[in-house]
Design a protein around this ligand. Structure first.
Ligand SMILES: Cc1cc2nc3c(=O)[nH]c(=O)nc-3n(C[C@H](O)[C@H](O)[C@H](O)COP(=O)(O)OP(=O)(O)OC[C@H]3O[C@@H](n4cnc5c(N)ncnc54)[C@H](O)[C@@H]3O)c2cc1C
Length: 400
């Protein structure tokens, strides 16, 4: 049986591209398809998000040769401050207390995309094709035949393994017959960059409010990346406010801990919904990133988790190559998925739980919540576990 490639990566979003960077240097034949044409360098800005990247994610991106291209636009996070509006407790996690120089970094999402594009321009391992999309998958005992579609028509590609990095509506997931569990949070994240007088440098804030969580990420020189979650029904009205009214409403909701809000850039809405694949391994198929789980942005976990998916998958493929194994062997894929499950499940439950735990509650529950925040701040082992999780090493939090 002959194969055109060992691995087909479907999707060239941030996770699919990170996988290509991670695969560089492995002795395998890989193809990547992305359905969208590359954006020209002078295309209008389409993504206003700023990402908080955990320390582990930054290390992975550095190892794959991506971080040097993003670093100049990144800001270290020295401290994370978690509080709840109307409750008395707060948790502060500081890099100093953990013996590290930064818990992670804040970087514009588009800077990550540009860094990946620069890095992959020099990639020789992966045959990257765009625009070209996966149209069908046919399974047989020895492998898979993917039908890839572009302007010239359909073409078949025979491979041992297909990786679905094709986002929330994953076609790979559908073709593999993997179902999903979904939850509509009925919330919209309003994302923008603001300027604030007196904003503390290096400090990230996560503030729970009774209408949804509110995050501010440090971008340096008095700028902050805002993710303000509002009930979906109110999103349009909040977006329609003029700049002064928007800043005043945001300030009233968040408070003054991050300085006085003075300027605001373009605002962009992101409707929020959980989509969780019921399993990440199928017949000669693995899912990574948003195709495997699209989660609430609270706690800034989605891309970080996608990068851990990539890290684990690249290691599994390297081991398989060294052992001379069939890279799509269902038993190996099942073992890989089982090994990933604890991190995946804990991360999904954390973001889902937080997204729902801080909605309006009766007084006794609010007191409990305040007490929990205070306890978390005062009990060193609990705080240390939280710090490890924030930095991306959940397994160390669980092991200590
Ligand atoms: C408001 C907000 C803030 C966030 N902040 C953070 C944060 O601070 N930190 C963090 O870690 N995460 C954050 N996230 C999560 C992060 O954005 C996602 O986890 C990440 O971008 C997922 O990337 P992906 O490549 O898996 O998916 P996508 O970006 O959806 O990419 C999928 C790609 O597949 C392509 N595709 C689809 N179908 C096909 C097909 N049939 N054939 C070929 N190609 C196909 C698509 O065109 C697309 O390019 C945030 C999310 C939101 C909404």
């Amino acid at each position: 049986m002959t194969f055109d490639a060992d691995v087909l990566v479907v999707g060239g979003g941030l996770v699919g591209q990170s996988l290509c960077a991670a695969l560089e240097g492995l002795p395998l034949r890989a193809v990547q398809v992305e359905s969208e044409a590359p954006r020209p360098a002078d295309a209008p800005r389409w993504d206003e998000r700023n990402f908080a990247l955990a320390r582990r994610s930054v290390q992975s991106l550095a190892r794959w040769g991506v971080w040097p291209h993003a670093q100049s636009q990144a800001q270290p996070i020295d401290e994370v401050h978690v509080s709840s509006r109307g409750d008395f407790g707060a948790v502060r996690v500081r890099a100093d207390d953990c013996g590290v120089d930064a818990l992670g970094h804040t970087v514009p999402a588009r800077a990550v995309g540009e860094a990946l594009a620069t890095r992959l321009a020099a990639c020789r391992t992966v045959d990257r094709r765009a625009p070209q999309r996966l149209a069908a998958l046919a399974f047989d005992d020895a492998g898979l035949t993917a039908t890839l579609q572009d302007a010239e028509g359909p073409r078949a590609l025979r491979v041992r393994l297909v990786v679905g990095a094709d986002g929330t509506g994953s076609a790979v997931r559908d073709h593999a017959g993997i179902g999903t569990e979904t939850r509509d949070y009925a919330q919209t994240a309003i994302v923008c960059t603001i300027g604030a007088r007196g904003a503390p440098e290096g400090r990230a804030f996560e503030r729970f409010t009774d209408s949804g969580p509110f995050a501010l990420l440090p971008l340096g020189t008095g700028r902050l990346g805002m993710v303000w979650t509002v009930p979906a029904a109110e999103a349009e009205a909040v977006l329609a406010l003029d700049d002064a009214a928007f800043l005043a409403a945001a300030q009233a909701r968040f408070g003054r801990r991050a300085g006085t809000f003075e300027r605001v850039g373009r605002r962009q809405p992101w409707p929020l919904r959980l989509t969780r694949a019921l399993r990440v391994a199928g017949e000669r198929v693995l899912l990574v990133g948003n195709a495997a789980q699209t989660i609430h942005p609270i706690g800034a976990q989605g891309f970080n988790l996608g990068l851990r998916d990539v890290e684990a998958l690249a290691a599994m493929l390297a081991e398989g190559i060294a052992a001379g194994a069939d890279l799509g062997d269902p038993a190996r894929l099942a073992a890989h998925a089982a090994a990933r499950e604890a991190d995946r499940d804990a991360t999904i439950r954390l973001s889902d739980g937080l997204a729902r735990a801080f909605l309006p509650r009766a007084l006794p529950l609010r007191l409990l919540r305040s007490a929990a925040l205070s306890v978390l701040d005062r009990v060193p082992p609990l705080k240390r576990d939280l710090a490890w999780s924030l930095m991306g090493w959940r397994e160390l939090a669980e092991a200590t």
